[in-house]
Ligand binder design. Structure first.
Ligand code: CP
Length: 305
């Protein structure tokens, strides 16, 4: 990989995506082995800078760093000098000055990682910026789908729910469409972004049935209530009734289709218990694959140097 930073899937090529997924396949073997050690990030350091809450992304970057032989520092923003008024740029420059090789940032403002990338020597990885992108989540989603089918080209992935505020949806749309997958979308009109139907490979559906029928993968998305103003949804129970994926909806997808969700799940809102209890649920596998993808990215970005 030649690029310094991973800021989004909109700007990277399908060849780069394939390289990350192929490298992650090697990393997954290490995770599943009795000896979780590679030296591909040995002697290197990672700093995490999360202005928004996280369980999966932050911890899996930390595990990925451990498994690849590196060291890390995770800034607790809530108790940091951010609360004394230190700017994002100055905070990033400070972490960079520790000798950091890879800086992983999550921020509520779209474009925050793009702002700091040119200011620091470290490679910057976007761990989620506002409603814009969450590229490492989409890469682990694509890895999980490719692991099952051996390919992405020609598959159909149904994205259900809150598309407008979902950075996961946006990164998956860019990544999957570049790799030749077709994307079917269904959600409340208030939660569909303008211009979505014009993206090549994307079809906006009029019902849950239409979206999931014959899909190879059904991906429900978390309602990003923290980003919504009032009046976008009548109620959670009505959302669940019309947009919540249950066993019956899942049965319309292709036999053995994957059921995915980036987490955290609002149980019985985006996914009903009957779907969550299905053997087609691969949410835990997505989490494991997230470690492999992050191991791959840490290794590839420092190999560039
Ligand atoms: N999928 C995801 O980004 O989860 P976290 O918010 O727990 O990191």
């Amino acid at each position: 990989m030649k690029r310094k930073d991973l800021l989004g899937l909109k700007e990277i090529s399908k060849e780069e995506i394939a390289l990350v997924l192929d490298t992650a396949a090697q990393m997954k073997k290490i995770i599943l082995s009795g000896n979780k050690k590679s030296d591909s990030f040995s002697g290197k350091s990672m700093a995490t800078l999360f202005y928004e809450n996280s369980t999966r992304t932050k911890s899996s970057f930390e595990m990925a760093c451990n498994y690849t032989g590196g060291t890390f520092s995770s800034l607790n923003v809530a108790t940091s000098s951010v609360n004394k008024g230190e700017s994002l740029a100055d905070t990033a420059r400070t972490l960079d000055a520790f000798g950091t090789d890879v800086l992983v940032i999550r921020h509520s403002v779209s474009g925050a990682p793009h702002l700091i990338a040119p200011l620091v020597k470290a490679s910057v990885i976007n761990a989620g910026d506002g409603t814009n992108e969450h590229p490492t989540q989409a890469l682990l989603d694509m890895f999980t789908i490719r692991e099952k089918y051996g390919k992405l080209n020609g598959l159909t992935v149904a994205l259900i729910g809150d598309i407008k505020f979902s950075r996961v949806a946006r990164s998956n749309i860019w990544g999957l469409s570049k790799c030749g997958a077709k994307i079917k979308i269904f959600g409340p009109g208030t939660l569909l972004p303008a211009g979505i139907a014009e993206i090549e490979g994307v079809t906006v559906c009029n019902s849950l049935k239409e979206a999931v029928t014959n899909a190879d993968t059904v991906m429900a998305l978390r309602l990003q209530q923290e980003r919504m103003t009032s009046g976008l949804l009548p109620s959670l129970s009505e959302f669940s009734h019309f947009y919540g994926v249950d066993e019956e909806a899942l049965s319309l997808a292709k036999k053995g289709a994957l059921l995915m969700h980036p987490g955290p799940v609002n149980r019985n809102v985006e996914l009903k218990d009957s779907a969550l209890n299905s053997p087609q649920n691969v949410i835990d596998k997505q989490v494991t694959n997230g470690v492999a993808i992050r191991m791959a990215l840490l290794s590839l970005l420092v190999q560039r140097k």
